[in-house]
Design a protein around this ligand. Sequence first.
Ligand code: 5GP
Ligand code: ZN
Length: 149
Amino acid sequence: MSGCIFCGIVAGTAPATKVYEDAALCAFLDIRPITRGHTLVIPKEHATNLDDLDHELGARIFTLGHRIAKGMRRSDLGADGANLLLNDGKSAFQTVHHVHLHVVPRRRGDLFTFARGFVLRRPHEPTATAAAIRAGLDRLDTEEKGTPA
Ligand code: 5GP
Ligand code: ZN
C-alpha cells in the first residue's frame, strides 16, 4: 500500500536489516529495538490490522515468530526467552498500520537492560545481530533434521 513504511521494506524501497524472507512473510530488525535482536514479523501483503488479516496468514506469522524465538535461543545473542507481542489497533498502541508481530529476545536477569532499552530504543550492530539470528535459525534447522545415521 502506498505510504506504508513496511510495504516499502517488502518492496525494497525502504531500508531494513532482514532476518528471514519467503513468498508470504518477511522478518527484519526493529529500527528502535527494546533488546538486541528485537524483530518484527510481517505479511508481505498489506493488512492494516487483525480485522483485515487472513486467518491462515495470521497462523503463519505466529509460526515464524515461534521459529525466530527458538532460533534466538540457539543464537549467540544469549537469549533464553522472548516476548511475542502484537499491538492491534490504535487503542492497543499500534503505531505502524501494517500488521506485525514483535519478537523481543530476553535473557535471565535482563530486567534492568530491558527497562533501559524500553526507554532508549537504540540499535545494536544490526548487521551482526541479524547474522546471529540467522545462524540460530540454521542451528534450529539442523537440530530438526536430526543427525544422519
Ligand atoms: P507498534 O507500536 O505499531 O506495535 O510498533 C511499531 C514498531 O515498528 C516499533 O517498534 C518501531 O520501532 C518499528 N518501526 C517503525 N518504523 C520502522 C522502520 O521504518 N523500520 C523498522 N525496521 N522498524 C520500524
Ligand atoms: Zn503495508
